[in-house]
Design a protein around this ligand. Structure first.
Ligand SMILES: [Zn+2]
Length: 126
């Protein structure tokens, strides 16, 4: 087997790590997006990884300010809580639109559409 040489981004003389210079880490990007029969979104990433995202996973990980606040201060679950019709309906992803080159806006069937998911974040969720 051949040894491969890889550039690791260290300064050639001091051996100190070099940050933010000429060789940024390549950010994987989606090559292909598709909706599965069960409603989950499947993404083929440029680095060869394929990941599936269910509507529930993405909704619970919504990075918008409102959802972050809700997760930071969760309301204690009450057995008397009555679920609304929207909460009882199966959650689905109704839209996924690119925002610039590095993020997607995801629209859910409950009407929530303020989450902007960066590619980096989607990879973390994979
Ligand atoms: Zn949100």
């Amino acid at each position: 087997m051949w040894a491969t040489t890889t550039s690791v981004g260290y300064h050639e003389k001091t051996n100190a790590p070099v940050l933010g210079e000429s060789k940024p880490m390549p950010q994987p990007h989606p090559r292909n997006l598709r909706r599965r029969d069960d409603g989950a979104i499947e993404v083929d990433w440029s680095d060869g990884c394929t990941a599936a995202y269910t509507a529930r996973l993405l909704r619970d990980a919504c990075p918008c300010a409102t959802c972050r606040d809700q997760r930071a201060a969760p309301v204690a679950a009450s057995p008397l809580t009555v679920l609304s019709a929207a909460e009882l309906a199966p959650l689905a992803i109704t839209g996924m639109q690119p925002v610039g080159q590095y993020a997607y806006k995801i629209v859910f069937s409950d009407g929530h559409d303020s989450g902007i998911y960066t590619l980096e974040y989607l990879r973390e969720l994979a």
